[in-house]
Design a protein around this ligand. Structure first.
Ligand SMILES: Cc1cc2nc3c(=O)[nH]c(=O)nc-3n(C[C@H](O)[C@H](O)[C@H](O)COP(=O)(O)O)c2cc1C
Ligand code: SF4
Ligand code: SF4
Ligand code: FES
Length: 611
């Protein structure tokens, strides 16, 4: 067998694939072959490495050097320089290293790069590190050791106790104690029980569960089997949305390989415990992530929620006791079993132990996936790991928890990230989506965006959610169009509370949260729209105008050439003017003016005064 001198890990997560990972991988392979290095240098595709905005990413081992924004040409150069001659290629080094690096210096390892240094990867321990299609690589990283330990050295009750002692709480949104859920299911008298992994992941912008399934599918197979043993289930289902074909493919392969190794199926590890897993593909409705709707969908019925109780642990799938756990929750299970509850508790806080994966998006430099210990402050998360605003502007707020969550203004950024603290602020941890907002984001518009989502996704079963969210959306729409009244703001608030109290399921109960939290912290923005005719963020088109400053305009005509409605008049080298009635406020002109002569103003102005 040939000795491997280097391994090139290349990220094959969704973000890097769409940034051209495939052609970069081919370039690596081509060049290695050209130099006869293909037998000693391994190219391995991994799951998401986290820094998705800088993809395609690759790491060269054993040096541990990260490269970013790769192109086929860059890959060729890395083979010629780094692999062949041992010289780092500075221009493609992971962001943050470049400034300090001279050609002779060694680049910093991941533990010194701020983006990675503050992270603690437990759920993501293998994501971006191993080939997700290789069971051997999973085993080499202690994979299936926890399952072996559970089945051969622990009783189901001991497994449950370990999970209870760890304080693990569900990462799917609500934070329910996982060990308690398993215990309640265990206590049910039934010959048949089920274990379900919820991989529906419907929050806009969230992709942590997808990344775990794509990057480390065996961790879910292992965890579900442990859970099955603990609660007394023989059958598991993974409910995953059809929009995740790569996750489905890799999970399917993991299930087949686990079977071949005897880690799934009859008499696992020669014990009398047998367990199997099937994949069920959902059509991508947000409400199907709600556990009762999800079970209806698996049963082949319409994916609509039902009243609880009975809870799934009492009457679940086909009426049998069922545990439903989120992907990330499950990914944390094997390390807890292997290393113990007190090891897990060294991370996080007393009431929220462990780590949480977040998907950072919006106005933040390092967009992507991060796993941090609970209790870290929002400021540390956003600035030290996220790198702050990409253009160095002030971050105004962060929206956590997607359509069920709320906004947290910058003055609360010293709040620790844990279930209780976020809840106290009127936001939620949710599944881990974090959208960073700056001064250009209008809070009424943010609330409207999420309400539009919930209106579309309401299953329509109960009136407060079906009709109420639509009425709320219409009011928000009126306000952003300059037709709102002060009574509308009050109506919005009252309606929000009624919908929260009277909806059947979590979708309707939490749908008003983005409105309530923006009203709580940014009521003045709502009032500015209604009372002053102003959108403080200059976002809502009804309240803004683009105007040309005659002092600065040199008459270059660039703006007139890009205007889609020919709203800009003016002769060459003469001051130009925007015809406000014809302007559709697309903002194309402001982008092209190299003289800073165009500005966006609120309130809107009429043509007569628009110069
Ligand atoms: C509308 C709605 C959508 C949900 N979507 C998801 C989802 O996509 N993934 C998920 O794990 N949990 C989702 N949940 C929460 C689940 O109902 C359930 O609480 C969770 O899967 C339990 O797992 P955990 O205890 O491990 O968090 C959703 C809840 C609601 C009300
Ligand atoms: S609250 Fe909304 S999503 Fe939930 S059952 Fe009622 S209509 Fe359906
Ligand atoms: S692009 Fe700027 S400088 Fe050029 S004509 Fe338009 S406003 Fe004037
Ligand atoms: S997809 Fe490559 S870093 Fe996230």
């Amino acid at each position: 067998m040939a000795l491997t001198t280097n391994t090139i890990l290349i990220c094959a997560g969704g973000g890097c694939i769409s940034a051209g990972e495939e052609s970069v991988k081919q370039a690596f392979e081509r060049k290695l072959k050209e130099f006869g290095l293909d037998t000693v240098v391994k190219v391995v595709e991994t799951g998401c490495m986290g820094a998705c905005s800088l993809g395609p990413l690759a790491v060269i081992y054993p040096d541990g050097v990260y490269y970013q924004k790769l192109t086929p040409k860059a890959a060729e150069k890395i083979v010629e320089e780094h692999i062949l001659k041992g010289r780092v290629v500075p221009e493609f080094l992971f962001e943050g290293e470049k400034e300090k690096l001279t050609i002779k210096e060694k680049p910093r390892g991941a533990e010194e790069i701020p983006f990675f240094a503050r992270q603690v990867k437990i759920a993501l321990r293998n994501v971006g590190v191993i080939d997700p299609m290789s069971i051997e690589e999973y085993i080499a990283r202690d994979g299936y050791f926890a399952l072996h330990k559970a089945l051969t050295q622990m009783t189901p009750e001991e497994v449950i106790k370990e999970i209870k002692d760890s304080g693990l709480r569900g990462r799917g949104g609500a934070g329910f104690p996982t060990g308690l859920k398993w215990e309640l299911a265990r206590q049910q008298q039934s010959d048949i029980k089920y274990m379900i992994c919820n991989a529906d992941e419907g929050d806009p912008g969230a992709f942590m569960d997808r990344s775990i399934l794509e990057g480390d599918p065996h961790s879910i197979v292992e965890a579900m089997t442990i859970a099955g043993y603990a609660i007394g289930a023989k059958q598991g289902f993974v409910y995953v949305r059809a929009e995740y074909p790569l996750a489905i493919e890799r999970l399917q392969k993991a299930i087949e390989d686990a079977h071949a190794y005897g880690f799934l199926g009859e008499n696992i590890f020669g014990t009398d415990f047998s367990f199997d897993i099937e994949i069920r593909i959902g059509a991508g409705a947000f409400v199907c992530g709600e556990e009762t709707a999800l079970m209806h969908s698996i049963e082949g019925k319409r994916g609509q929620p039902r009243v609880k109780p009975p809870f799934p642990v009492q009457r679940g799938l086909w009426g049998k006791p069922t545990v439903i756990n989120n992907v990330e929750t499950l990914a944390l299970v094997p390390p807890i079993i292997l290393r113990g509850a007190s090891w897990f508790r060294q991370f996080g806080t007393e009431k929220s132990p462990g780590t949480k994966v977040f998907a950072l998006a919006g106005k933040i430099k390092n967009t992507g996936l991060v796993e941090v210990p609970m209790g870290i402050t929002l400021r540390e998360l956003l600035y030290e790991i996220g790198g702050g605003h990409p253009q160095g502007k002030q971050i105004k707020a962060v929206q956590t928890g997607g359509p069920s969550g709320g906004v947290i203004p910058a003055e609360y950024f010293d709040t620790p990230v844990d279930y209780e603290s976020l809840g106290k602020l009127g936001a939620i941890m949710g599944s881990g989506g974090m959208i960073v907002l700056d001064e250009d984001d209008c809070m009424v518009d943010v609330a409207k965006f999420f309400l539009e989502f919930t209106v579309d996704e309401s299953c329509g079963k109960c009136t407060p959610c079906r009709e109420g969210t639509k009425v709320m959306y219409d009011i928000l729409d009126k306000i952003t169009k300059g037709e709102g009244t002060m009574e509308d703001i009050e109506k919005l608030e009252k309606l929000a509370l009624v919908i929260k109290d009277s909806s059947l399921c979590g979708l309707g109960q939490t749908a008003p949260n983005p409105v309530l939290s923006t009203l709580k912290y940014y009521r003045h923005e709502y009032e500015a729209h209604v009372r002053d005719g102003v959108c403080p963020a200059k976002r809502c088109k009804a309240f803004i105008s683009y105007v040309i400053n005659p002092e600065k305009c040199v008459g270059c005509t660039a703006c007139a050439r890009v205007c889609p409605t020919n709203a800009i008049r003016g002769e060459v080298r003469k001051v130009h003017e925007i015809e406000q009635d014809a302007c559709v406020r697309c903002g194309s002109c402001i982008e092209v003016c190299r003289f800073g002569a165009i500005s966006k103003v609120t309130p809107a102005v009429s043509s007569a005064v628009a110069r």
